[in-house]
Design a protein around this ligand. Structure first.
Ligand code: NAG
Ligand code: NAG
Ligand code: NAG
Ligand code: NAG
Ligand code: NAG
Ligand code: NAG
Ligand code: NAG
Length: 732
């Protein structure tokens, strides 16, 4: 009846202004679809208008988005003085709060129409109204109707166009749901039958060297511990936390978890998780595949880190995307949001690029807000190779299809690998380049190196200036999970995001115990010093759209990112930590040495970041906030905020903020300015200077320190316009 009154009033004003309006100002079309977007149909057999109320989110422009991004990068850059000085809840809210002018304009407009909004975000940048659909039609000059997304048979309420009064236009970022025809989020892990994993009888300290043979057939937490050097020891820090997002009615069943742990992690006696409901989410009942995977590989890997399953219900009238808005608003309202958040759901980016880039920006900025407050936000990159979140042929002969939110530069996107010796890219891994978000500077060097290696491959099929993903990877094939009491195998990046999240949660445990801040937004660290603490994956690809997709190569690539975690190296990197010396070792400074090795860490500034680790007759020397790791008769020397890693009788030298990695009887030198990376494998020598990335690979048996080189990205600094000398040396 309120609506009828408004409609009558509108009709009168129409005469005066030519357009229906209840606010005495002219309607301006805000957004418009010429036709019902592909994949959607008029709701056949559904009532034209939904019987209940329409719940609309009105997003207001955020006042200082560039300030948010700047602050986020400042506290996340390991070379910044502000590294780890995360923003408070109030500080973040101040950056994204709408201007008083916008708030007032929207409030006044709604109030004139007899509508009282509820503020749904902590900063006030989103308000919600609940009104009958006819009233929404009048308010927005819209025609809300039911549409069915055919592939998923889900019904949504949308309008093909909506308008706003011209004096409100600039004060609204978007209204949701209106014209956004976004297919539901995808999380469909591939389920397979497997042999149930053998029962584990006793905890054994795992090392990469002794990966259980069973891991070739089925991945369990013990496999991940062995492959990635992840400790089984329970985390102890108070204040640690790990959140797992669940959408679409997914249920994590505690009995399934108990059975899973009894079989594969019997050393965990009290493995449990909490449930947080958003939008009336319900986590009772029979376990479902995705939630079981996500919970079993967080509780089962991040040993004793308090874990919460955040169950987002369907009271968002719009399935997943409404839930994506609601979960971040809920978490941002919390004084202590989880320190790590993993999400195994994602979308095709294209509908966002075409219809709702503003909505994508707002969600991305929400992840930036969490990161600025110290949360590490991780997303599975997707399971359709270069064809999107799920394999499909729609893009054959056309441009690749990136995924969202992975294309958001303020989160960490996780791809998948499979196998060992070598560990290779899993072909389903989504990866590529965003068409919405520009490439962030933290990955410019890494991506420039990749584009050089790529040459003309896939030219014209991707947007080379976009944010490139994924950032990292972990195993993602043949994960054993327990659903409804039965073991089954699953494949997908849905397995990888929880795994990497667990690594981060355990790293946070060490940092919190050392009195350090949680890691927060990871990428600036990962793309600089972190690269040397990851296993570079150099084979495999992610086919799709009728192509072979992107190849994995040495250095960053659009399938496995920078690579898979090596927990011990990451621990050294993020804590500058110290185990005690053992055997005939000498250790000074903040270091650890074992076997007949020498570890020397000198120089000051901050002693806790001068870190060296030497094992098995090796020598590691680190000075000036550097990290050196040497194993198996190798020598690693790092000075001036550099990272040097040497294994298997090799030599790595890194100076001046560079990264050198040497394996298998190689010698690497990396000198000079920010971001220089040298990686040498197989009896080769590489020297990288001036922001260069050099990769050197040699055929075996060509003599010591000599080898044929394949390099990529020696001119990584070009994008920054710096006139820097680049040089790569190495025997041919
Ligand atoms: C935006 O935020 C940045 C970073 O905190 C700050 O330096 C700047 O002054 C802010 N700008 C405005 C207009 O408030
Ligand atoms: C609203 O949409 C319905 C269904 O598409 C259509 O039949 C009707 O004509 C539309 N009304 C207006 C006013 O455009
Ligand atoms: C689609 O959903 C509707 C409503 O839930 C249901 O009646 C119909 O049977 C479903 N169609 C298919 C093909 O599953
Ligand atoms: C689990 O048990 C361990 C050892 O008994 C204890 O230290 C830890 O606090 C327990 N964790 C939880 C989450 O109850
Ligand atoms: C490529 O990405 C940029 C963002 O980096 C975007 O502005 C541009 O529109 C994209 N181009 C296409 C063709 O989508
Ligand atoms: C220490 O050195 C002595 C000889 O000097 C050797 O016998 C012993 O095995 C060494 N210990 C270790 C742990 O390497
Ligand atoms: C340390 O040196 C001693 C004596 O040369 C040797 O027996 C032992 O194997 C060495 N230990 C290691 C871990 O290399």
């Amino acid at each position: 009846m309120v609506a009828a009154g408004l409609l009558a009033l509108s009709a009168l004003i129409t005469l005066a202004l030519g357009r229906p309006s209840a606010t005495h100002s002219r309607f301006v079309v805000r957004d418009k679809r010429e036709a019902v977007p592909f994949g959607f149909n008029k709701g056949n057999g559904f009532p034209l208008l939904p019987p209940g109320m329409l719940r609309l989110t009105i997003a207001l422009p955020q006042s200082n988005v560039s300030g948010l991004h700047q602050s986020l990068l400042d506290v996340s850059d390991p070379t910044s003085d502000n590294y780890g000085n995360h923003l408070s809840k109030a500080e973040v809210e101040q950056l994204v709060a709408p201007s008083a002018e916008s708030s007032n304009a929207v409030k006044t407009w709604l109030s004139k129409n007899g509508i009282t909004p509820t503020t749904t975000s902590a900063s006030g940048d989103m308000v919600e109204i609940q009104i009958p659909a006819e009233q929404a039609n009048a308010l927005l000059n819209a025609n809300f109707t039911s549409y069915v997304h055919e592939a998923s048979n889900t019904t949504v309420v949308r309008t093909l166009a909506y308008s706003l009064p011209d004096d409100v236009h600039d004060h609204v970022a978007f209204i949701y749901p209106t014209t956004q025809f976004i297919p539901p989020a995808n999380n469909k892990v591939q389920v397979k039958a497997i042999q149930p994993p053998a029962a584990v009888s006793k905890r054994s300290r795992s090392r990469r060297a002794d990966i259980p043979s069973q891991c070739a057939q089925v991945i369990t937490p013990a496999c991940l511990q062995a492959i990635y050097n992840i400790p089984a020891t329970p985390a102890t820090a108070s204040g640690n936390s790990l959140g797992v997002s669940g959408f679409g009615g997914e249920v994590a069943n505690p009995d399934d978890l108990t059975q899973f742990l009894a079989q594969v992690r019997p050393d965990i006696t009290n493995g449990t998780f909490a449930v947080q409901d958003v939008d009336g989410g319900n986590d009772d009942g029979q376990g479902t595949t995705e939630a079981s995977l996500d919970i079993q590989y967080t509780v089962g890997v991040a040993t004793n880190v308090p874990t919460t399953f955040i169950s987002v219900g369907d009271q968002n009238q719009d399935g997943d995307l409404g839930g994506f808005l609601d979960i971040i608003n809920t978490l941002l309202k919390q004084d202590n949001p989880p320190l790590v958040l993993t999400t195994s759901f994602g979308f095709d980016e294209a509908p966002f690029a075409e219809q709702a880039p503003d909505l994508a920006q707002t969600l991305c900025n929400a992840y930036a807000q969490l990161g600025a407050r110290g949360t590490s936000v991780l997303f599975a990159s997707g399971d359709g190779g270069v064809s999107g979140p799920q394999a499909n042929n729609d893009c054959d002969g056309q441009a690749f299809s990136p995924t969202f939110p992975s294309g958001c530069p303020y989160l960490t996107s996780v791809g998948s690998t499979q196998g060992n010796s070598p560990e290779t890219a899993a072909p389903f891994t989504s990866g590529g380049f965003s068409n919405i978000f520009a490439q962030p500077s933290y990955q410019a060097d890494a991506v420039a190196g990749y584009l050089k290696a790529l040459g003309n491959t896939n030219q014209g099929l991707f947007n080379a200036s976009g944010r490139a993903f994924p950032d990292v990877a972990t195993q993602g094939v043949q994960f054993a999970i327990n659903v409804g009491g039965q073991f089954q195998g699953v494949d997908g990046t849905s397995a990888s995001s929880p795994t990497f999240a667990s690594v981060v949660a355990l790293l946070n445990d060490a940092r919190l115990n050392a009195g350090q801040a949680p890691l927060g937004f990871l990428n600036p660290l990962l793309y600089s010093q972190g690269a040397a603490a990851l296993n570079d994956i150099t084979s495999g690809s992610n086919p799709g759209c009728g192509t072979q997709g992107f190849p994995a190569v040495a250095g960053w690539d659009a399938v496995t990112g920078l690579g898979t975690p090596d927990f011990s190296k990451l621990l050294t990197l993020v804590t500058g930590s110290a185990a005690s010396g053992s055997g005939n070792s000498t250790g000074t400074g903040d270091n650890s040495a074992s076997g007949n090795s020498t570890a020397t860490a000198t120089d000051s500034g901050s002693a806790s970041t001068d870190t060296s680790v030497a094992t098995d007759t090796s020598v590691a020397t680190a000075t000036d906030s550097s990290v050196a790791t040497a194993t198996d008769s190798s020598v690693a020397t790092a000075t001036d905020s550099s990272v040097a890693t040497a294994t298997d009788s090799s030599v790595a030298t890194a100076t001046d903020t560079s990264v050198a990695t040497a394996t298998d009887s190689t010698g690497v030198d990396s000198t000079d300015t920010a971001g220089a990376t040298a990686t040498a494998t197989d009896s080769s020598d590489a020297t990288a200077t001036d922001s260069a990335a050099a990769t050197s690979t040699a055929a075996a048996g060509t003599g010591k320190g000599q080898g044929k080189k394949h390099h990529k990205g020696a001119q990584a600094a070009k994008q920054q316009g710096a006139k820097e000398q680049q040089q790569q040396q190495g025997a041919q």
